[in-house]
Ligand binder design. Structure first.
Ligand SMILES: O=c1ccn([C@@H]2O[C@H](COP(=O)(O)O)[C@@H](O)[C@H]2O)c(=O)[nH]1
Length: 225
């Protein structure tokens, strides 16, 4: 298996286009991340098609419901043998424990702490008085106590979380190169900075997918690491 920590977020509506892109960059990324957009459109069949490319699959489903429902959903995806699956830490400790217990033994279960698209104001608007750093640290601690493999956070928090959870598995999205014009992600760092701060897996979507030459973009990011 490749040591490249970059997983390409294949948020592409058409299955043939998704597969073609995965094949194009496959030697310059470490895995493929399939999210809600892809899974809702193509389900298990789509995942199996992308698996034929030969890279590990990260199912970013961000499960968040009562414990029984999340555990059942986890069991329903075990046949796909994903390398990584996401749930939301805000679902609480019991939900996280049941999700981990239901997951396959080769699957890392990681919990989203604070989405990288949120800043202080967004947290206040949903009644959270902590800032993103405090909230991410609190939810990382809860995820660790629940027996998860790791968490999802931004590159701003990963260093602090790594200090309190030495052997955690840390997924970092919201990665941008300095000249990026993509503005929806609010807590961003470069792939290199995230890796240096302790990220285990780097999620990169539009900086590769939306580039004029995705293969050149994947190679350029790989060279910065
Ligand atoms: O906090 C989070 C959790 C997940 N994501 C996902 O990562 C990719 C990022 O794509 P870009 O195009 O590189 O912004 C996307 O699939 C999100 O659903 C996240 O961005 N932040």
């Amino acid at each position: 298996m490749s040591n490249n920590p970059v997983y390409l977020a294949l948020d592409v509506p058409r299955l043939d286009a998704a597969e073609a892109l995965a094949r194009k960059v496959k030697d310059h990324v470490g895995g493929i991340k399939l999210g809600l957009e892809f899974f809702c459109a193509h389900g298990h069949h789509g995942v199996r098609e992308i698996q034929k490319v030969g890279l590990p699959i990260f199912l970013d489903l961000k499960l968040h419901d009562i414990p029984n429902t999340v555990a059942a959903a986890m069991q329903a995806i075990n046949t796909l043998n994903p390398a990584v699956v996401t749930i939301h830490a805000a679902g609480g400790r019991a939900m996280m424990e049941d999700a981990k217990a239901a997951a396959g033994e080769n699957t890392k279960v990681v919990a989203v702490t604070v989405l990288t698209s949120l800043d202080n104001d967004d947290l206040s608007a949903i009644g959270i008085t902590a800032d993103p750093m405090e909230q991410a640290l609190r939810l990382a601690e809860l995820s660790q106590a629940a027996g998860l493999d790791g968490i999802v956070c931004s590159g701003h928090e990963v260093g602090a979380i790594h200090k309190q959870w030495k052997d955690g598995y840390f997924v970092v999205p919201g990665l941008r190169l300095p000249d990026s014009k993509l503005a929806d992600q609010k807590r961003i760092v470069s792939p290199r900075e995230a890796r240096d701060n302790g990220a285990s897996l780097l999620v990169v979507g539009r900086p590769i997918r939306g580039a004029e030459d995705p293969l050149a973009a994947a190679k350029a990011i790989e060279e910065t690491l």
